[in-house]
Design a protein around this ligand. Sequence first.
Ligand SMILES: NCc1[nH]cc(CCC(=O)O)c1CC(=O)O
Length: 325
Amino acid sequence: MYPNTRMRRLRNGKIGNLIRETSLGLDDLIYPMFVDETAESTVEVPSMEGVLRLPLSEVVNEARNVADLGISSLILFGIPSNKDEKGSSACGDEDIVQQATRAIKEELGDDMVVITDVCMCEYTSHGHCGIIDNETHDVINDETLPLLGEIAASHARAGADMVAPSGMMDGMVGAIRQSLDQENFSDVPIMSYAAKYCSAFYGPFRDAADSCYCFGDRSTYQMDPANSDEALREVELDIMEGADIVMVKPALPYLDIIYRIKQEFGMPTAAYNVSGEYSMLKAAAQQGWLDEKKVMYESLMSIKRAGADMIITYFAKEMAQLLNE
Ligand SMILES: NCc1[nH]cc(CCC(=O)O)c1CC(=O)O
């Protein structure tokens, strides 16, 4: 007896292309960019090969490079020259992210969607994502909310196309929505880091963004990696508060979460392929242990297959190059 059904029949060249279920394209990619108020020239982040900290003067150039590769969205992170307990340099109209946003939008207009990360950890002297209670050393949720609203509004005034709150404060999406609406930015969408885990895979990012905390950890606001029902509750709350896109972060160790969220809510869903996921592959490739292009493609494809509509990834430029070849 020979097999009647032969799966191998379809596994050849052109027919294989016809039956491919998942696609990965330029429109799926969001490029993270770091703008550094303290930098005089462009510096590579030591733990993240190919990732740059850019002075304001280089930001437009880099955004154009990204656009020339066919990528249409980027997310901006700021590194301020001054940090204080209240993260004051996060929300001024002349602060670093606001200036970078204006510069990119002036130059590239509708050719680039500028998303801004709305959080305080890069701007606070203690490195936490909100206002700290000096006795408990914990972040005070409700005192942080109006500040997040102010930061988001300042980004919108600078021309941001979308804001992305990443601090995991309860009620942050609602507070930001209210603040944006009050300032007549009801058309600016919110991409919420809805299910953000307390992950050690953020390690290299803290190098890149200078956002290492000086005491405690983020486990009182970010999620326990052991939980998945809780992620659905987080997403549900954010949707009720007005989130337009929901995000899961990190991506690869949490593909099940991406899958469940997409199935359950059918919302536009983003995944953040974080710094540690990037650096792992880069390090192994540097050693010659992995084929970088292939593992990059496979990783990003698997994130799409799990249900993500878009991926924030440090591989965006390299992936775009590969797609363009
Ligand atoms: N709250 C800020 C923020 N926004 C994105 C990341 C991590 C991104 C990455 O690791 O690539 C972090 C760091 C953190 O929560 O510690």
